[in-house]
Ligand binder design. Structure first.
Ligand code: C5P
Length: 221
């Protein structure tokens, strides 16, 4: 039987570079599926915080990662259920992102979550957003992008996003959190944030979302 090749577009980059917005819009335009891999790490972090599991208790974290059942609904925003419970409101919290980046350092955790992410690759295509989509999860992806922006711009965008959601935020604190998270994501031994071979590098600091989308569509179409 002839195997159908499912095209994958990977969009990697640091926190707050606009990957989520750009990836969701691209998936919509292309009519492809969408994987927000950060939401998987975030969901696990929520599960652990709920159960007060220590973020260095590797056996307990791995067990929870294996057992958790996630359901995704991709409308204008992403809605997520963890073991049947709607956790959408907690996904975007800073404490969730920080805990996610702490457990994302653990190779045992990444190994368990690998298959859950690869299962998203389904016809007619997939847009996958994260840190290691083009390097580890989908190394054979047809199209790869690395999307970044200056840390000041990324903190400003995060600040606006949180304010719009009615979540209290402080720009200086956010800049510090973003830089700390970047450092952890880039310096970890397993699947660090790095430019995948052949990836198109885009610095969105002074670009509109539309301009970024058009540049990526130029690669895919
Ligand atoms: O992208 P987002 O901010 O939602 O990701 C939360 C955290 O999950 C990141 O800071 C990163 O440490 C981790 N992550 C990862 N690999 C991915 C996606 C997210 O390590 N593919």
């Amino acid at each position: 039987m002839r195997q159908v090749t499912v095209p994958v577009l990977t969009i990697d980059g640091p926190s707050g570079a606009g990957k989520g917005t750009v990836s969701r819009l691209l998936a919509k335009k292309l009519g492809w599926h969408y994987l927000d891999s950060g939401s998987i790490y975030r969901s696990l972090a929520i599960a652990l915080l709920k159960q007060s599991v220590a973020l260095d208790d590797i056996p307990a974290i791995v067990e929870m990662a294996r057992a958790m059942v996630l359901e995704f609904e991709c409308g204008d925003d992403l809605a997520v259920k963890l073991n049947g419970e709607d956790i959408t409101a907690q996904l975007g919290l800073e404490k969730t992102g920080i805990a996610a980046s702490i457990i994302a350092v653990l190779p045992e955790v990444r190994a368990v979550l690998l298959q859950k992410q690869q299962d998203f690759k389904q016809a007619p295509g997939l847009v996958a957003d994260g840190r290691d989509m083009g390097t580890v999860v989908f190394p054979d992806a047809a199209y790869k992008v690395f999307l970044t922006a200056s840390s000041e711009k990324r903190a400003e965008r995060r600040y606006k996003q949180l304010k719009e959601k009615g979540i209290d935020a402080n720009l200086t604190g956010l800049t510090k959190d973003i830089e700390e998270r970047d450092r952890r994501d880039r310096e970890r031994a397993t699947a660090p944030l790095s430019l995948a071979n052949g990836a198109l590098f885009i610095d969105s600091s002074d670009m509109t979302i539309d301009a970024v989308i058009n540049q990526v569509l130029g690669l895919v179409q």
